[in-house]
Write a protein that binds this ligand. Structure first.
Ligand SMILES: NC(=O)c1ccc[n+]([C@@H]2O[C@H](COP(=O)([O-])OP(=O)(O)OC[C@H]3O[C@@H](n4cnc5c(N)ncnc54)[C@H](OP(=O)(O)O)[C@@H]3O)[C@@H](O)[C@H]2O)c1
Length: 436
């Protein structure tokens, strides 16, 4: 029988495609040989519809069978035991609908005893195409830089979600502010999800000391210049994708600072610590550069792009992991690593952004990644790493760190304000879901 003591609960959003599927499959592969034989992985995946959910469960069952067949060859009879150590469950989530986020949260709060890890993976690019002449020029003049920090993606401006509130009978009462589509899919939907699931992440069984982990997904393209505090949702400007990832970096890195704790504690519902709960932790990961459908391309171009990515890796780019299995390494490591390992690394090098990296031979690893205004660990004077740096990277200075922290504090204040405001609007319109 599953109990909070012998089951490890992980939720992965957007698991039907790309990295989400890679993360779910890799979780199964790494959990089985590294965790005690009496521990079960309860893997909850989310998709936008039932068809995608069914296909994902089928793919993951096949992955589990493959893993078991391999283990059976080494140790006859073990397959049946391993099969029973993974429980798969699917759920519906559309991050562009705040009600959908609330409905999923409520279902989980009613049916799951705890959550150990929530991997906020789903996301969209919000791009409308590629500036091909610029792409050819950028790649041919500087292959690694041109394929790692692209300057040729065309991004939409002004995309917003469908209305969150039902049509109003009294128009004056139902005005709703615009909600940026890329901002909502990549950040705000997950932000609300994390808030509602925080009580499940905080619940610990008697044997557990480690905090539940909320893993946010960023990117190498989380550039400082794309983020504007006056347009936090990036509705009025281009590069909404990059802006949403910069917001993710700002909030994740500053979530551990004393100056943000009033907001962070409210967000995590952790204003009054109790003996049976532990405050969840926010961790930051990115998958390097992985070949997925996030940028839709016609077949020939898609194959060409994959080849371009492999060439970048062979030229020495540590970020071109290319396959989803390898792109998943950072998120899965953050999900399964011992708490003492994570704590020791943070004590030694500070809080950082963990990325999936690779060598020319295809051996993947987890690598700390530079964040503009934070460096690798938020420590002034840290030794710059030689590899994997953007050509535009600047050394961390007290001024740049001060700005980063200040922006992070402002973002926490603003996002908490937005969360409470939207909850009120949904409640007043009669569509908000009560969590208790
Ligand atoms: N690929 C890369 O090189 C790369 C690099 C850096 C960061 N990332 C990040 O990695 C994450 C996964 O990206 P990917 O490359 O694997 O892209 P992908 O293959 O397009 O997968 C995106 C996933 O998110 C889901 N999704 C999109 N909009 C959603 C919504 N409104 N509600 C719920 N789910 C939604 C998609 O579901 P549907 O199939 O229903 O649309 C899909 O399952 C994203 O956060 C992305 O920013 C990717």
């Amino acid at each position: 029988m599953l109990t909070p003591d012998n089951a490890f609960y992980v939720l992965v959003t957007g698991a039907n495609s790309g990295l989400g599927l890679g993360i779910a499959a890799r979780l199964i592969d790494e959990f089985l040989p590294t965790r005690p034989q009496d521990e079960t992985l309860v893997l909850i995946i989310t998709t936008r519809n039932q068809r995608k959910g069914d296909a994902t469960i089928t793919a993951l069952k096949e992955q589990l069978r493959k893993t078991c067949r391999k283990a059976e060859k080494k140790l006859p009879g073990v397959s049946r035991v391993l099969q029973q150590r993974v429980v798969l469950r699917q759920e519906r989530l559309d991050l562009l609908s705040l009600v959908s986020v609330q409905q999923l949260s409520k279902r989980l709060r009613d049916t799951v005893p705890k959550l150990d890890v929530v991997i906020c993976n789903a996301g969209i690019g919000g791009w409308t195409g590629i500036n091909w002449p610029l792409a050819f020029k950028a790649i041919l003049t500087s292959w690694k830089t041109g394929t790692t920090w692209p300057t040729y993606k065309l991004s939409a401006v002004g995309w917003t979600t469908k209305p969150q509130l039902p049509p109003a009978t009294d128009v004056s009462k139902r005005e709703e502010p615009p909600l940026g589509e890329v901002f909502c899919a990549n950040f705000f939907g997950h932000y609300l999800l994390g808030h509602y699931l925080a009580p499940l992440l905080a619940k610990r069984s008697q044997s557990e000391q480690a905090p539940g982990r909320l893993i946010w997904t960023s990117s190498l393209e989380a550039y400082e210049h794309t983020f504007n505090m006056q347009d936090i949702q990036c509705i009025m400007q281009t590069e909404a994708y990059e802006s949403s990832k910069r917001l993710t970096d700002l909030m994740a890195m500053t979530s551990v600072l004393p100056s943000t704790q009033t907001h962070v504690n409210k967000y995590l519902g952790y204003e009054q610590p109790s003996e049976k709960t532990t405050k969840p932790r926010i961790y930051l990961s990115h998958p390097g550069i992985t070949h997925t459908p996030i940028m839709p391309l016609i077949f020939v171009l898609d194959v060409a792009w994959r080849l371009v990515c492999y060439i970048s890796r062979w030229l020495g780019s540590q970020w071109h992991v290319v396959t989803v299995d390898k792109g998943a390494v950072a998120a899965v490591w953050l999900a399964l690593a011992k708490q003492s390992t994570l704590d020791t690394m943070e004590q030694r090098e500070g809080v950082g952004k963990w990325g999936s990296a690779i060598d020319v031979w295809g051996n993947e690893r987890v690598e700390r990644t530079e964040v503009e205004g934070w460096g690798w660990g938020g420590e002034i004077g840290e030794t710059p790493r030689k590899f994997g740096r953007s050509p535009h990277a600047k050394a961390l200075t007290p001024q740049s760190k001060e700005k980063f922290v200040h922006d992070g504090e402002q973002c926490w204040a603003e996002l908490e304000r937005m969360r409470v405001d939207w909850e009120r609007r949904l409640d007043e319109a009669g569509v908000g879901v009560r969590m208790d």
